[in-house]
Design a protein around this ligand. Structure first.
Ligand code: HEM
Length: 387
């Protein structure tokens, strides 16, 4: 990518992608950082749904697992481990939200809140203190989302090997002890039990971190987008006028955290007016689909009330679609909605320093902002509280 493009991309990544898509002369256009992007919404859905582009192993797991059936089995195990623990997550959220400072620094507070509310399920308290500490430090250290700065990436390079080594030791320890056949106590037990027995300890560690990132990072940053956008568009000093579920849905439409998903072409194909060699990466951008003016009314506006009529909405894929759709979509939607509801409960929220332009590395995260939260019970006078 040339310097000019790089500058424009950093300044406004989504505007840059919009510009490329508008200027395209074919339905598929070249991305300056490599690969191709599908600009036409119908063709984009074909790429995600057609068996031609979705055979073999999913790009999410890469080659960490030996077969598609092993990938699917692990996804099911993880979802079934988290789902029954959601009431516990909800109860912990209320406590974690109550302990936030009156003015908290976001977006990191999003993942921190999710991590804290799910702490014992992510890693059982009997795990080594070193590993617990390293995982806690992973929030905001480039493990959940790639840092945009060299300094940030250096910090990640220092933390990540230590985290992987501690995880691998914990996995070896648990495997040597032998699992009891009961329910997994935490996500790590679920990953150990949910992948084929011959999977090596360091690979189990990679799989754990991949799923940990999906849960803490993807859900946490989705919560951050939700409060940022609701804060920017709600009336200042007033409670938000929308149900938490609509806010989360609309935030994931307007600013999908996973802004691109890619599929390699299985052979030389002519697609969208372009001749592609085998192995070329065809990317689909949920952002572009969510802003297709032919399929959405005023997609440029953040309008949670559009979700009162979901049947009138256009193609919506924050969790992708087709055979490789997110295995935790329903759980993730519930977790994000619960977190936004807990933050908005009995509170007035206002954002400062917020803007809707993201920072894009491997995903689209909000830029730093502050969220101030005042509970209405705290602002009532002692006399009115007694009444
Ligand atoms: C808001 C939060 C989340 C978002 C936005 C999200 C989004 C996605 C996306 C876009 C994909 C890739 C699909 C593709 O390549 O087409 C994916 C895959 C996946 N996600 Fe999520 N995810 C979230 C949370 C979760 C959670 C909480 C879990 C676990 C409970 C989870 C488990 C998975 C799994 C297992 C896959 C791989 C599916 C497969 O290849 O079989 N995700 N996710």
């Amino acid at each position: 990518m040339g310097r000019g493009d790089l500058r424009r991309f950093h300044r406004d990544p989504l505007g840059f992608l919009d510009g490329l898509s508008r200027a395209r002369t074919t339905d598929v256009f070249r991305l300056p950082w490599g690969g191709w992007c599908v600009g036409d919404s119908d063709l984009a859905l074909v790429v995600l749904r057609d068996p031609e582009f979705n055979g073999g192993l999913s790009t999410f797991y890469g080659d960490l697992l030996p077969s598609r059936s092993a990938q699917i089995a692990l996804g099911h195990t993880i979802r079934n481990t988290i789902r029954p623990r959601l009431p516990e997550y909800r109860a912990n959220l209320a406590e974690a939200v109550a302990q936030l400072p009156a003015a908290a620094r976001w977006p990191e507070t999003g993942p921190a809140l999710v991590r804290r509310s799910l702490a014992d399920l992510l890693l059982h308290p009997t795990s080594t203190p070193e590993l617990r500490l390293l995982l806690a430090r992973s929030v905001g250290a480039g493990v959940l989302i790639r840092s945009p700065t060299i300094r940030g990436r250096l910090r990640t390079e220092l933390l990540r090997p230590r985290l992987m080594a501690a995880l691998t030791r914990e996995i070896a320890r648990r495997r040597a002890r032998g699992g009891d056949a009961g329910e997994p106590r935490d996500l790590l037990d679920a990953v150990i039990g949910g992948c084929p027995e011959e999977t090596r300890d360091p690979v189990v560690a990679e799989l754990y971190l991949l799923l940990y990132r999906s849960i803490v990072g993807n859900v946490g940053y989705t919560v951050a987008w939700s409060v940022l956008l609701a804060g920017l568009h709600g009336a200042p000093g007033e409670p938000w006028p929308w149900p938490a579920e609509w806010i989360v849905r609309e935030a994931a439409r307007h600013r999908p955290f996973v802004w691109m998903v890619g599929r390699p072409t299985p052979r030389a194909v002519e697609f969208g007016g372009v001749a592609l060699p085998p192995g070329a990466i065809l990317s689909v951008s949920p952002y572009l689909l969510h802003h297709d003016e032919r399929r959405w009314s005023r997609p440029d506006l953040f309008r949670p009330e559009r979700w009162a009529l979901p049947q009138a909405c256009g193609p919506y894929l924050p969790f992708s679609t087709g055979p490789f759709v997110c295995g935790g979509a329903v759980v993730a939607q519930t977790m994000a909605t619960d977190a936004v509801a807990a933050l908005a409960d009995d509170a007035r929220l206002s954002v400062a320093g917020a803007e809707a332009r993201p920072v894009v590395t491997n995903a689209a995260a909000p830029r730093p902002f502050t969220l101030s939260r005042t509970t209405r019970s705290a602002t009532r006078s002692p006399a009115s509280k007694r009444r």
